[in-house]
Each structure stands twice: as C-alpha cells, then as structure tokens.
Ligand binder design. Sequence first.
Ligand code: ITT
Length: 190
Amino acid sequence: MNQKISSTLLFVTSNPNKASEVRKILNKNGISFHHMNASYQEIQSSSLKTIATESARCLYERLKTPLFLEDSGLFIEQLSGFPGPYSSYVYKTIGNSGVLKLMFTIANRTSRFESVVAYAENDNDIHLFSGIVLGRIADKKKGKGWGFDPIFIPRNCDETYAEMGIESKQRVSHRYVAFTKFSNWFKTHG
Ligand code: ITT
C-alpha cells in the first residue's frame, strides 16, 4: 500500500491506548504520523465537537504544523449523558466500579461511545469527523481492557469491548468509525 508520508503530521494525545488504536487504523489506510505524547488544556463544554475544535485551534496556534486530536466519551442515557465530556476525569476518580454503582438501580442501561477527531491545517480550518457506537452498560466488569472497555457492550453484541479483544473492537469501535472517516477524507484532501 502507498504510504502517505507527512513528516510533520502530529497526533496529540496523552493516552497511549488511544495512540496505539489510532496507529493501527491509520497505518492500514496508509497514513503515517508522529505521536506527540502531551496533554493539553480543554475548554468546558457539553459538546465533544466544541471541545475538540477549540483544542485543535489552540494546539495549532502553538505548534504551527498540521495536527489532529481525538476527544471521546461514554454517554449514559439514564444519567443524562454523564460522564460524556468528563469521561477521562470520571474514569480516573470513580472508575468502572463507581459508574456501576451509579447504575445499580437502573434497568435501562442504554449508552453510547462517541469519538470526535479534529484535524487542523491552519488557524481557521478545523475539520471534524465523528463516530458513535450505541450499546449498553454491563451489569459487572467483564474482560481486561483499558478505560470503560470492561463495562461497555456494543449493540448486537454479547461481549464488552474488553471481552471482544482489540482486533474485534477495532472493527466496530467509535474510534474506528471516526478515524476511518478521517482517513478517507485525508487521503484526498489532506
Ligand atoms: P487525551 O485527551 O490526551 O487524548 P484522554 O484519555 O484524556 O487523552 P479524552 O479526553 O478523549 O482522552 O477522554 C476520554 C476518556 O473516555 C478516556 O480517558 C477513557 O477513560 C474513556 N474512553 C474513550 N474511549 C475509550 C475506549 O475506546 N475504551 C475505553 N475507554 C474509553
């Protein structure tokens, strides 16, 4: 496969699991990039798209090179979308056990994972690509995986993301959907 080599295309994330999943998806699509292992300040908003857009704009202003980032989150319907944009903080504080406790008396466990990729090629040109996977919160943690993988079961599946294993998760995940859209666009426009 032809590799689209861009020596300055950066993926900025402090999350090594994200970086590894994204590398596999983009490499399959012939896109190479440098992983910049850094965290960045995010604005507060209920919208992943708004957060991703502003983060990409600020990072581009500092770095002045084409870059992309991903903002993602788990949205639980009966908790009015919580933890949503606060997913990272909620995972670090109460973790999967805390989320399961919040869901203890709730029968409707419908939820969704969302991923928004923001690509910046100049200060005013931010392109967004989103991926959503509907599913439900498991009754208990199942399988070994990062983040909320052990408690999220995609729709039409019996297993959590963690039980499915990385190869199967990569075929259906919110990240796969968003980054496949980004790849298809980037190969023709980027
Ligand atoms: P960066 O902002 O530095 O990229 P982060 O981990 O803080 O890293 P987010 O702000 O997008 O990234 O946080 C989303 C959180 O949602 C993440 O930390 C996980 O806890 C969870 N999450 C997102 N995608 C996930 C996935 O595929 N599997 C498990 N948990 C996931």
